[in-house]
Design a protein around this ligand. Structure first.
Ligand SMILES: Cc1ncc(COP(=O)(O)O)c(C=O)c1O
Length: 346
């Protein structure tokens, strides 16, 4: 039985071209700055993103952590959305390792935070308060249906940050999904932030790695922070080689994943017992609810599993599906058939 794995775009496997590039990668010791393949990937990434410099890191989580630790001192505060990956899914790293406090404000369903909520969260000058140092956005917004944040919104938060002397960081794990969905250059989504990360290992299908991007000065500091965290790696070109292919060959095809996700969402909306607003699906992430009391969430997941379909349960009766390079339109059709059968049989 074919397994259709829709749990996440992190399950993507390297393409044959990536495996070939891995095999032939020119290598050196990257802690000495001597790995030519990694140096080339870092140059490609900074150019593509429109920042002065970039740094290869093992994961998106480490990239976000490096950025927050580089921007903030102990006891300082970061403004984060209550649905953000950095707040919910990064093991509290900024407080565990940096003594940095998260100031949480609500994410709206479209992944934004209201400007007035951000402004109200910025601390005044008072010895009782922690100092606000950083505002973080997430684009696309994973928990908010993979919503892409627009350049206008990002620029408006950046203007607010600048007025208050704050820095801005973007968790752009899926920034290329946002650019493709909005039909804008990725630079439009990044030009007004001080730092960002993006992941090579999600929709872009590289096996490992994320990039931290920012000014030359910021990346020089981030390099020290990466070392502190034990993220200085040696002949890392073996994985950077796949990252370079990811950037060169895998960005434009993300549009296919978005079409597949929208198709899934529209058809799920027609299945009795399941609930979704398909208009919210703009990229490769969909969330839907089980609204039937004829089967439990566990039974739903088990029965789909028996038909070869894997999905990610999030809240008690809410599920996530993510389309990616390993999923084609026949897989979408097969998934919809399985969903229909599970609901009919219950
Ligand atoms: C929005 C977002 N940011 C950051 C990450 C962390 O990336 P990694 O799994 O490489 O640590 C993820 C992972 O799913 C994510 O969805």
């Amino acid at each position: 039985m074919k397994i259709i794995d829709l749990r996440s775009d992190t399950v993507t496997l390297p393409t044959p071209t990536m495996r070939d590039a891995i095999y032939h990668a020119e290598l050196g010791d990257d802690v000495y700055g001597e790995d030519p393949t990694t140096n080339r990937l870092e140059e490609m990434a900074s150019e593509r993103i429109g920042k002065e410099a970039a740094l290869f890191v093992p994961s998106g989580t480490m990239g976000n952590l490096i950025c927050v630790l580089t921007h903030c001192a102990r006891g300082e505060e970061v403004i984060l959305g209550d649905q953000s990956h950095m707040f919910l899914n990064e093991a509290g790293g900024i407080s565990a390792l940096g003594g940095i406090q998260a100031h949480i404000i609500p994410n709206q369903p479209d992944g934004t935070m209201r400007l007035e909520d951000i402004e109200a969260a910025i601390r005044g000058d008072n010895i009782h308060f922690p100092r606000t140092r950083l505002i973080c956005l997430e684009n696309t917004h994973n928990r908010c249906n993979g919503a892409p944040l627009t350049p206008e919104y990002i620029d408006s938060v950046a203007a607010l940050a600048e007025r208050h002397g704050l820095s801005m960081h973007l968790d752009g794990a899926r920034i290329f999904n946002a650019a493709v969905a909005l039909g804008v250059s990725v630079k439009k989504l990044t030009h007004s932030v001080d730092s960002l990360i993006f992941c090579l290992s999600k929709g872009l299908s590289a096996p490992v790695g994320s990039m931290v991007c920012g000014s030359r000065e910021f990346i020089a500091e981030a390099l020290r922070t990466r070392k502190v965290l034990g993220g200085g790696m040696r002949q890392i070109g073996v994985i950077a080689a796949a990252g370079a292919i990811a950037l060169e060959q895998m960005v434009d095809r993300l549009a296919e994943d978005h079409v597949n996700a929208r198709c899934l969402a529209e058809e799920i909306a027609q299945i009795p017992g399941l609930s979704i607003d398909p208009a919210r699906t703009q990229t490769n992430i969909i969330y839907f609810d089980l609204v039937s009391d004829r089967l439990t969430a566990e039974e739903f997941v088990t029965r789909l599993g028996q038909k070869g379909i894997k999905l990610a349960p999030t809240r008690p009766s809410r599920f996530r599906m993510v389309t990616h390079h390993g999923i084609n339109s026949e897989d979408i059709d097969a998934t919809l058939v399985a969903l229909g059968e599970v609901m009919e049989e219950s």
